[in-house]
Design a protein around this ligand. Structure first.
Ligand code: URP
Ligand code: ZN
Ligand code: ZN
Length: 470
């Protein structure tokens, strides 16, 4: 099957220019200057033609941090399944997602892996991969890492937060980083000082401060900055590359900048919620309205200027990636903590909106259109072992392509989205720009306001090592 995407502006991380794209089967076959003989021949033949006039033609989004059907607490599992979450991703122009195999302390990595593979198998509408979340750094889990690399799981998440659940102490982190350094595995870090935060949380609750906003007030930005500093120091000692996940605070960004300026292999992602939402406007609302915005790290104060710092970090490449940390919970789950913020399951849903929300950065003049593609597709693909295959419109790459209408206005909310969650952290937000036609490995999965994909089209991605570090 040949597809000709004609008349659009092809946007890569390296620049934007008018071009036609020819897709043969699952791959991009050619990117051609306008009015080429090859495109004319494809048109005369049996190629299917997609008219991309006045549209951007961009690589499908690569969301490297999602949590589909994640059992977060004994009572609550994130509400998007592999099936529903990948459909929602496709609607929003994201054609690759990377989720996590969660190895809880005391569990064997292999068992966790087999269980997670079985959950995803045959369910996904777009391609998917896994990181390992290591909750128990022990001889078994460290020994298993080499086999995981061979199987295409080349990144590892560790936690300085969530004591008693996912938390690792500094000694464990160092040991895991040493092993990761030997193997070339990219260490992802949830950087918040969980032990100190637990003291603050319990003190707040004991004095009756139980409203959602106390989730934010007991997780100060300083304790994220401190954790990033410690993680960077441990990574330097171990000689390991480091990737800070869901960075939310100016203090944390300053530590990333310092580490990078010192020549260390430290990278960081932020998420749309930290760029747009705030403690004052969303978290400091009573009841469910606030609880719906509980995530960790928390939404940060706008008065303190975190959001502006993060936009600047994206422009200057101090921040390399925007992921979603997609982890939605329905109101019945969020309501479990209405009288105690500590019981609210952490996370919110954004998998469908990331490309559009970051396109707002282009509309507002915060980012160039190429930088939008870079942070949403190209760099996440490069850092997570998918260079050349995902995140680029070039011959030989997978034909994951979005024909994007940069002028379409729409309003986000629970009634309009395709995510399987009955609330939206983005309720009422109007954005300009929308994925109009979406191809996943050459198959049209979204077109003319209809989903045309299928569960099971998405394949597991055996990822190689982080490209800039190979
Ligand atoms: O609130 C969040 N971030 N939920 C997902 C789990 C995590 O720490 O990434
Ligand atoms: Zn985390
Ligand atoms: Zn996460």
């Amino acid at each position: 099957m040949t597809v000709l995407i004609s008349g659009g502006t092809v946007v890569n991380a390296t620049g934007a220019s008018p071009a036609d794209v020819i897709v043969e089967g699952e791959r991009i076959a050619a990117v051609l200057a306008p009015d080429s003989e090859l495109a004319a021949a494809a048109r005369r033949g049996d190629a299917r033609v997609i008219d991309a006039r006045d549209r951007y033609v961009v690589p499908g989004g690569v969301d490297v941090h999602v949590h589909l059907q994640l059992p977060m607490t004994p009572e609550s599992t994130s509400s998007d399944t592999f099936a529903s979450g990948t459909v929602a991703a496709a609607w929003g122009g994201t054609t690759t997602v990377i989720d996590f195999v969660g190895q809880a302390r005391g569990r064997r990595v292999r068992d966790a892996l087999e269980e997670r593979f079985a959950e995803a198998e045959g369910q996904c509408a777009v391609d998917y991969g896994f990181h390992l979340s290591m909750g128990g750094v022990d001889a078994d889990s460290l020994a298993e890492l080499a086999a995981l690399v061979d199987e295409g799981i080349t990144s590892l998440k560790l936690f300085m937060a969530y004591p008693g659940v996912w938390y690792s102490d500094d000694g464990e982190i160092l040991r895991a980083m040493q092993r990761a350094a030997d193997l070339g595995v990219l260490v992802m870090m949830h950087a918040e000082n969980g032990l100190a935060i637990d003291v603050l949380r319990d003190q707040a609750a004991a004095s009756g401060r139980t409203a959602p906003v106390w989730h934010g007030r007991t997780r100060p930005a300083l304790l994220e900055g401190e954790a990033v500093h410690r993680a960077a120091a441990l990574a330097a000692v171990a000689g390991a590359p480091l990737y800070i996940v869901h960075l939310s605070a100016a203090e944390a960004l300053a530590e990333v900048v310092a580490a990078r300026d010192a020549g260390r292999n430290v990278f960081a992602e932020t998420c749309p919620q930290y760029l747009y939402l705030s403690l004052e406007e969303q978290l400091d609302r009573p009841g469910l309205a606030g609880a719906r915005h509980i995530c960790s790290p928390p939404l940060r104060s706008r008065h303190e200027g975190h959001q502006d710092s993060l936009w600047r970090g994206l422009r200057t490449d101090d921040l390399s990636v925007v992921s979603t940390d997609h982890c939605p919970f329905c109101d019945k789950d969020k309501a479990l903590g209405l009288d105690d913020f500590r019981r609210v399951p952490n996370g919110l849903g954004t998998i469908e909106h990331r490309m559009d929300l970051l396109h707002q950065g282009v509309v507002a003049g915060e980012l160039s259109v190429s930088r939008w593609v870079d942070v949403c597709s190209t760099t996440p693909a490069r850092l997570f072992g998918l260079a050349g295959k995902k995140g680029v419109i070039a011959p030989g790459a997978d034909a994951d392509i979005v024909v994007y209408d940069p002028t379409a206005e729409h309003t986000l909310g629970a009634d309009a989205h395709h995510m399987q969650v009955d609330n939206s952290a983005w309720e009422g937000v109007t954005v300009t720009g929308r994925a109009e036609t979406v191809l996943s490995r050459g198959e049209v999965v979204v077109e003319a306001g209809r989903f045309r994909g299928r569960a099971g089209h998405g394949r597991f991605l055996r990822r190689s090592l982080c490209e800039p570090l190979r």
